[in-house]
Design a protein around this ligand. Structure first.
Ligand code: ATP
Ligand code: MN
Length: 463
């Protein structure tokens, strides 16, 4: 008998087809002489209704085992459904129970659970409607991202997870060591003797693949990374994880305007793809999580993003008739409340802020002729704040060296990065997108811990 996925059966299954499904019981309803079992295999939000007639062999014994969470295989024939809510259902001819789930202890009974509670059962929460929808949409976002870049001839490059560079100079690094922490080798001045460590020097988990992506862009023109990044930031917010996925395109022969154009086309593509491939899940988010999810997606796809400079943004914030917690003044970084005011209240759509003060931005961003600002841009999304951060990179060797020194870093540590400016340098630009922030934005999920299967946050690395 042919095994079929439930999503496909619900979409195109026809009466009289004989087939087999495998999945987990969501609910059981026993009536006189027969029972309805909802079976879900993760392929769609909707479950397939299975009808079991009491004349099936071992009916009583099997029915007892079919509690919420049990794993089953059902063979049977599709019949038009008499009931409301589904076009078709499966009339069981054989039901095999793989594993039972004791209703006294299985924590996912048919009622709504809070996301806080579900985080404590991270190994089971993917079996709920909400997390099923989130992780299908997450998968669709990832597919859309690869599709977008591959269609445009970008090479997917794999940058290292263990690195000796602190790219952002942010100091939010996790150390990687092979040293025995109970017996740390010391140098003369009592400092840790990293010469004896695995790599012979201090190493960290990467905070960004950008510098290495620049290396690859100088050979392949257009590249992107899509991989995990790590930040030991002790910020317990609904938008920060210690381990998150980042997408970082890098383009040679490209300036900041080209970068902004790409970022906007990119977000539009991903939203469009997800709406087309996951309509049922997106409808679910709109009904159950945030009733602006579909209108936001529509807004992204059909409107041009608002572009303005940091200087313009500051003057708009100074005129705003709301009280901000943090001060607004030229030279200070925008806080999330400012970002959200611009995107959510003022423009009501994604906003691209560009040309930030050089002092608050990373050393590799291209200095403008005013010598006060750099060609950086952030895309700010309603409800999320910063979703993309990008820049045109400094391609002039002398300027870059000065900027590295000004930020208290050593040019010799970045000799290979500077070589890219020594040999065949070109204007180039790129951006970083926090993948989980994108999934949050897409689904309306309020907490970033609920859009990654296994969140890592301060004091929490379970499952
Ligand atoms: P924020 O100010 O929100 O902390 P950032 O300025 O530190 O962001 P970047 O260093 O520019 O962010 O990183 C690029 C992108 O990665 C951000 O635009 C954001 O989408 C995402 N990002 C940054 N930090 C985190 C984090 N801790 N967890 C999840 N995503 C993150
Ligand atoms: Mn940060």
């Amino acid at each position: 008998m042919v095994k079929r996925r439930i999503a496909e059966i619900l979409r195109s299954g026809q009466p009289d087809e004989s087939l087999l499904i495998q999945g987990w019981v969501r609910t059981k309803r026993e009536l006189k002489g027969f029972a309805f079992i909802e079976v879900n295999d993760g392929s769609s939000l909707a479950s397939l209704q299975v009808v079991m007639n009491q004349d099936l062999p071992d009916y009583e014994a099997i029915i007892k085992k079919l509690n919420t969470g049990a794993s089953v295989e059902v063979a049977g024939v599709l019949v038009p459904s008499q009931g409301k809510g589904q076009r078709i259902e499966l009339k069981a001819e054989m039901v095999k129970v793989y594993g039972e789930a004791d209703p006294e202890t299985y924590p996912l009974q048919k009622k709504r659970h809070s996301y806080e509670f579900l985080r404590t059962i991270g190994h089971l929460r993917s079996r709920t409607n909400s997390f099923g929808a989130v992780f299908r949409v997450r998968n669709a976002c990832a597919t859309a991202i690869h599709q977008f870049f591959q269609e445009r001839g970008f090479l997917w490059v794999h940058t290292p997870i263990i690195t000796a560079n602190d790219c952002e100079g942010a100091g939010e690094l996790f150390n990687v060591t092979g040293l025995n922490l109970k017996d740390i080798p010391r140098a003369d001045n009592n400092a840790v003797d990293y010469a004896q460590d695995f790599f012979g020097k201090p190493t960290y988990l990467t905070v960004s693949g950008q510098l290495e992506a620049e290396v690859m862009a100088m050979a392949f023109s257009n590249v992107y990374t899509f991989g995990p990044t790590f930040r030991a930031e002790n910020s317990n917010t609904s938008r920060h994880l210690a381990e998150f996925w980042m997408v970082e395109p890098e383009m040679a022969f490209c300036d900041l305007d080209g970068d902004m154009d790409l970022a906007e086309a990119f977000l539009k593509h991903v939203f469009k793809y997800v709406l087309e491939t996951c309509p049922e899940d997106m409808e679910f988010f709109n009904q159950r999580i945030d009733d602006t999810v579909l209108s936001t997606a529509d807004n992204i796809i059909n409107n041009e993003f608002q572009r303005l400079t940091y200087t313009e943004a500051i003057s708009l914030l100074e005129k705003a008739d709301v009280k901000f917690e943090y001060p607004v003044s030229w030279g200070l970084d925008l806080q999330s409340e400012h970002e959200r005011y611009l995107a959510e209240q003022l423009f009501k759509k994604p906003v691209i802020v560009s040309d930030y003060p050089a002092k608050i931005k990373a050393f590799y961003m291209r200095l403008s002729d005013d010598e006060k600002t750099v060609r950086a841009m952030d895309i700010l999304a309603p409800k999320i704040g910063e979703i993309i951060g990008g820049s045109q990179r400094e391609e002039r060797l002398d300027v870059l060296e000065k900027r590295i020194l000004a930020q208290g870093m050593k040019p010799e540590d970045l000799w290979w990065y500077l070589d890219l400016r020594r040999y065949g340098t070109v204007p180039h630009a790129g951006f970083g997108l926090g993948f989980e922030r994108l999934v949050q934005f897409m689904t309306g999920m309020g907490n970033i811990r609920d859009v990654i299967p296994f969140p890592r946050t301060p004091q929490s690395a379970d499952f």
